[in-house]
Design a protein around this ligand. Structure first.
Ligand SMILES: O=C(O)c1cc(=O)[nH]c(=O)n1[C@@H]1O[C@H](COP(=O)(O)O)[C@@H](O)[C@H]1O
Length: 307
């Protein structure tokens, strides 16, 4: 999976992943009205509106970016119909040739993690029949429980060409309360970085990077630079750009000397661009997808300045 992602990044010359984190407040009225007509003001209507919203954005950006990252929480909140919209979004993105990073942040003991691994990046068996259910190329995981909570996903990475992005230094304001704790001579996030780097050695891609990546927030520039040195074979998923205030300068240290090693996420900054000061006078709500395309082009120009 990581080789496919690197190839797409080189082809699009754009280390950007568009976060598909829809909220009803982002979906233009005309899409919502149509959904309410069909399904009433129900979770199903919200879910179908999300799918139409995502589909239009994917159509507008699929030639410019290597990947999308649907955040499962936005879909899960609407129950089974929301999960169906999550899966439909993944399938459509893959139809358009995009790599899909499912942001599910799973974490549990091995016997439970096996179910997560089988459903998300493996196969489920029903008697003698085998099915793929969620279809993500890669998923995010929380490593708080240690290696036996990660191990059940490893075989699927090899068997099905899948990947992981494991939380190491998260972008949120209070991440330091835990992740910056002193552990011997180093910080906890450094210790976790070393562990993720070691775990990844078992599933290396052909380009010098492991299928096991790390999540490193753009909002902590020094930690990003430190982790880049500490984890030379680990690809970084870098959230925090745009809506969370991180700039291209903040995340420059996450990239290696070839301008690879990281892919930068922006969700609200892209999918809700048409509502932002910068774009709202140029694009009507009917042109929300074009605004997203423009925001992707502007983000790539911004990143190019530091690469
Ligand atoms: O795992 C993630 O993607 C993640 C890790 C992290 O440290 N910070 C973080 O913001 N994220 C996710 O990245 C996305 C950020 O969204 P925006 O702030 O709208 O760009 C959300 O889906 C978050 O759940």
């Amino acid at each position: 999976m990581i080789d496919r992602l690197i190839e797409k990044i080189e082809k699009t010359k754009n280390p950007t992943v568009v976060g598909l984190d829809p909220r009803l407040g982002f979906v233009p009225g005309f899409i919502k009205e149509e959904a309410y007509e069909l399904y009433g003001k129900t979770p199903k209507a919200a879910a179908r509106a999300f799918y139409e919203f995502n589909k239009a954005i994917i159509d507008a950006v699929y030639d410019l970016v290597p990947a999308v990252k649907p955040q499962v929480a936005m879909y899960e909140q609407y129950g089974p119909e929301g999960i169906k919209a999550y899966i439909d979004t993944i399938l459509y993105a893959k139809e358009k040739g995009l790599v899909v990073i499912g942001d599910v942040k799973r974490s549990d003991i091995a016997s439970t993690a096996e179910a997560y691994a089988d459903g998300h990046i493996g196969r489920v068996k029903v008697e003698d029949e085998v099915h793929e259910v969620y279809h993500e190329d890669s998923i995010t995981l929380n490593p708080y429980l240690g290696y036996d909570s990660i191990e059940p996903y490893m075989n699927h990475c090899k068997a099905y060409d899948k990947g992981l992005f494991i939380l190491v230094k998260t972008s949120n304001p209070n991440s330091g309360e835990i992740q910056d704790l002193d552990v011997g001579e180093e910080k906890l996030y450094e210790r976790v970085g070393r562990l993720v780097s070691k775990w990844g050695e078992a599933v290396m891609g052909k380009r010098g990077y492991s299928h096991i990546g790390a999540v490193v927030g753009a909002t902590y520039p020094e930690q990003g630079t430190r982790l880049r040195q500490l984890m030379p074979h680990t690809f970084f998923l870098v959230p925090g750009y745009g809506a969370q205030g991180a700039t291209a300068k903040d995340l420059a240290g996450c990239f290696d000397q070839n301008g690879l090693g990281a892919i930068v996420n922006s969700s609200r900054g892209i999918i809700a661009a048409y509502q932002l000061e910068k774009y709202k006078n140029k694009f009507s709500d009917k042109e929300f997808a074009q605004a997203a395309r423009e925001a992707v082009i502007d983000m790539r120009k911004d990143l190019e300045r530091v690469l």
